[in-house]
Design a protein around this ligand. Sequence first.
Ligand code: HEM
Length: 139
Amino acid sequence: MRPEDIVAASLELVAERAGDPAAAVYGRLFAAYPEMEALFVRDTSGAVRGEMLAVAFECILDIGGAGAYAANLIAAERVNHEGVGVPPEVFGRFFPLLAETCRELLGADWTPEVDAAWAGLLARLDAVVRGLLPIGDPR
Ligand code: HEM
């Protein structure tokens, strides 16, 4: 199976087991970066958080294939996010935080095969995010 198919199957399992992972994902995000929570003040319904999560999942699955959708979206959103107060180095942390949340929700079903598939896609996303960072960035 292709890594993106393994990751897609793991996301389906997360949805089956835990329903919408948004609360767990954003709980983890705000625990790691408490100062980011206030930026969502206008998102009273959670729709923006839900849409952002859906788009991040699409990027994860796309990067296993052609990757052009993810690369373009990340380039644009990095700039948009800097405008609303999300530093570029925090922006890129969303994908690993997402993976950590899924790993926690799946428990024993997060197998070595699932872990390896996620690791490959995360590494590619990280390269995309880092490639956009200014040269000499300390990360
Ligand atoms: C820890 C990192 C991140 C933080 C703190 C963050 C924060 C935010 C905030 C505060 C908004 C609402 C902006 C507004 O009020 O207009 C937003 C919207 C959005 N974010 Fe993020 N973001 C992060 C990472 C990402 C990543 C990696 C992606 C894409 C792959 C992404 C995609 C989006 C999209 C598409 C929206 C617009 C959703 C909509 O309005 O329907 N974000 N984000």
